[in-house]
Design a protein. Structure first.
Length: 212
């Protein structure tokens, strides 16, 4: 696999709370230089990045990183992000609802956000480090039923990040047309290639510039 083939799978990411505008600009310049799939940036930076960069795919995060804000808040965040120029949304589910067995609420929330996204891409972060296998399988089915575009392993702020075993599990249980994004702890070229070969169509990482 060539470097450029790998880079086309990467969401070049900077979500640190103290990220400065200069750091965000560096990230975007790198994304343009390396021709990554997108940048993934904090919502507050979507508008200035959209104004400063043409033909750059902008992704941002919703309900990040804990996921337990009210659905109406996630909906408002999503509308604002799309209005300001984002074309990809990475949304964190309410993991408490999963643990309480309220999968109906999880489904309803994903459907709500996908309806707002319309044709724009919705990636659903399930934070695998907190889930048992049965919950992961159930969420694969819910994400598929809700019409989301991707299921995503992690925020990168949980107890662990992406695992190859979860990519393999997702592949077995997601519906047709649903893709997989791996994120969290992926820091080497070998990691990137392994996750892509396992079935991840997108990789969220802040290490792409350092690697390549």
């Amino acid at each position: 696999m060539t470097d450029q083939e790998i880079l086309t799978h990467i969401d070049h990411t900077l979500l640190h709370a103290a990220a400065s505008w200069e750091e965000i600009k560096t990230l975007c310049d790198e994304a343009v230089r390396f021709r990554t799939a997108s940048v993934c940036i904090p919502p507050a930076y979507v508008s200035p990045v959209f104004a400063a960069y043409q033909n750059l795919v902008i992704g941002t995060v919703i309900g990040f990183p804990l996921g337990y804000v009210h659905t109406s808040v996630k909906a408002h965040e999503t509308k604002c992000a799309l209005d300001e120029g984002a074309s990809e949304i990475d949304m964190v589910i309410n993991i408490g609802d999963v643990k309480n067995g309220r999968f109906d609420l999880v489904l309803e929330e994903i459907q709500t956000i996908k309806k707002i996204c319309g044709e724009k891409i919705l990636k659903v972060i399930v934070e695998t480090c907190y889930l048992i296998e049965e919950e992961k399988i159930r969420l694969c089915r819910l994400v598929s039923e809700a019409g989301a575009d991707f299921i995503k392993t992690s925020t990168g702020y949980g107890t662990t990040g992406a695992a190859l075993a979860d990519i393999q599990l997702f592949k077995q249980h997601i519906g047709p047309g649903v893709r997989i994004k791996a994120s969290g702890g992926i820091k080497t070229r070998e990691d990137l290639e392994a996750f892509i070969n396992a079935g991840a169509q997108r990789i969220g990482t802040s290490s792409a510039a350092k690697i390549f």
